[in-house]
Design a protein around this ligand. Sequence first.
Ligand code: CO
Ligand code: CO
Ligand code: CO
Length: 315
Amino acid sequence: MEFPTNADVLVGLSRADDAGVYRINAELALVQTVDFFTPVVDDPYWFGQIAAANALSDIYAMGGIPKTAMNLVCFPVKKMEMNILRAMIQGGLDKLTEAEVVLLGGHSVEDPELKYGMAVTGFIHPEKILTKNGLRPGDILILTKPLGTGIINTAIKAGLASQETTERVTRQMAALNRNAADVMAAFSIGACTDITGFGLLGHLAEMTAGINLGARLWARTIPILPEALEFAAMGLIPGGAYKNKEFRESMVSFSSSLSPLLPEVLFDPQTSGGLLMAVAPGQAEDLLQALKQNGVSGALIGEVVRNAQYPIIVE
Ligand code: CO
Ligand code: CO
Ligand code: CO
């Protein structure tokens, strides 16, 4: 398919990235994204917050500042009570307020299945765009939120997750990547993305595809939600994880000393996951400290290497 383009399209459909970028002038560009999905938690107010945090995340992953949003709502008017709709929209609105983003409008349609999300527009400097394509040899990879939300959501749906686990993962999914992005802006970042449906390895595979560099991941340092491995051992693995694995497995080499369940977690599709940043090696520890000082948990999970036998090595 051929898409219309012009010189002001700085990031468009020609390559996969978190959001599109359109230049207005030498100092300002618009960064735009849209995301919506079916409920990931039962509580409509929390679902609203998660949907908004997830929609904003692609702007943060590009290094942009989100400014405006439009609601997208699919609602089963005949089957569901209006107070569910109200609570969900309120959750989204409260998350936007927290992020200092204004809601300008939206659109709703009647649909047999509830879906909610947003189209978000942000500002970015045309020379400070963080795409998925800028990995540099030696860059250190930092991941902010722990992995395993897909597996734990599967356990929640099966009625097997504790109240504590359910609350923890709900709060994590609703947490903005805003502080992480603010902190990251002061460092030398080669590339950044947010971890969502393709899982850590799927998104990292996008970053290493078509370049002569590989990523070496330090399995023991990768943050994983408590109980994610236990639930994976019980077979509570979302369908998306199998698809991610099938699609990208050939790009990844796993050390034989690792748990055979680890790939399930590293391919687990995340909802409103954390940022994966590639930072200049001399700045990695400082970035990690700065994240912690701003209330963002993170870990150094690997490095970018030359002459890799595989695009991704997990050891
Ligand atoms: Co993204
Ligand atoms: Co997205
Ligand atoms: Co990006």
